[in-house]
Structures are given as C-alpha cells and as structure tokens.
Ligand binder design. Structure first.
Ligand code: HEC
Length: 142
C-alpha cells in the first residue's frame, strides 16, 4: 500500500525503485547447491571445483577438476555416473577411496535433523545430491 501510494506521487522513479528492490531480493536468494558444495566439498575440490582445496596435500590421490567433467565426456554432463560417485552406495566400506561416501553421511544428517519426525531419508539424500550435481553442472567450462 505504501509503495502504491508513493508510486502515485513519484511516477516513473518509483518503477525503478521497485525494480531495484526485486533485484536485491533475487541476489540474496540462497544457492542451495553452492552452499552445500562450499561447506562439504571445497576443502578438497576447491571453491572453484578445480581441485585446489586446502587439504589436497593430505590425499593420496588428487581430486579431479570438476569443471571439466562435461568436456571430458563429449560435452555431456555425466549425471548418472556422478550421482553414483557422490552417493558412494557401491563403494566398499574399507576401500582406499579418498573421496568420502556422501549418501551415508547425508542419511546420518537427516536422522539428526528430523529426529522423531517421520521423513523419507532416501528423498533427503537424493535432494542434496541432485542440488550438488545441478551446481557442479553450472561450473562446467564449455
Ligand atoms: C576428502 C577430500 C574430498 C572431499 C571432501 C570431497 N571429495 Fe570428491 N573427490 C576426492 C578425490 C580424491 C576424488 C578422486 C577419487 C578417485 O579418483 O578415486 C574425488 C572425486 C570426485 C568426483 C568424481 C569425478 C569423476 O570424474 O569421477 C566427483 C563428482 C566429486 N568428487 C564430487 C564431490 C562432491 C560433490 C563433494 C562434496 C559433497 C566431494 N566430492 C567431496 C576428494 C574429495
């Protein structure tokens, strides 16, 4: 109401003002995939995804450059394969892999978060992995 009234008085200037307010709201929207990546993956893969995270020296194997995944796969982002890599369901528990198993980790997080409330732990894990994949897809170099 206040905005509408001011619009009547200020005319065209108001349109610009409301436009700026919308732009700001958009800029502050949470990027779920990026937040997830920065807090769980960047320590090894680097914030850029290029594999230069701070703990890299401690790993036996250097993390691959995650911005080249599509390029190395004929320009197609290998969604299904990466889902399996991140979920890690097929990885033997005592394997030598330096890449953590996220499916199990997220299941534990879901249990901690929801406690007694009924929830679908598989859906929780899927949502987080898909958000990560959507973000990594955005990091791809053409
Ligand atoms: C402790 C270090 C570490 C963390 C944390 C980590 N990774 Fe990795 N990641 C690696 C290493 C090392 C490899 C290479 C593993 C191999 O080749 O056996 C890898 C491989 C991958 C690959 C496979 C790329 C390919 O072409 O096969 C993807 C995708 C990936 N990581 C995504 C993630 C995501 C998403 C997260 C966060 C949820 C994450 N990683 C967290 C160390 C890490």
């Amino acid at each position: 109401m206040k905005i509408a009234l001011k619009c009547l008085i200020a005319g065209a200037g108001c349109v610009a003002l409301v436009g700026t307010a919308f732009a700001q709201a958009k800029a502050e929207r949470v990027d779920f995939g990026k937040r997830e990546f920065d807090s769980n993956c960047a320590s090894c893969h680097g914030v850029s995804g290029k594999g230069s995270g701070p703990v890299v020296e401690l790993l036996r194997k250097s993390p691959p450059d995650l911005t080249l995944l599509a390029k190395k796969n004929g320009g197609v982002f290998p969604m299904a394969r990466l889902y399996e890599v991140i979920d890690g369901a097929d990885v033997p528990t005592h394997g030598t892999r330096d890449m953590p198993v996220w499916g199990r980790d997220y299941k534990i997080k879901a249990a901690e978060y929801y406690m007694e409330a009924p929830y679908d732990s598989d859906a929780y894990v899927r949502a987080r992995i898909l958000a990560l994949l959507e973000y990594i897809n955005r990091l791809q170099v053409k």
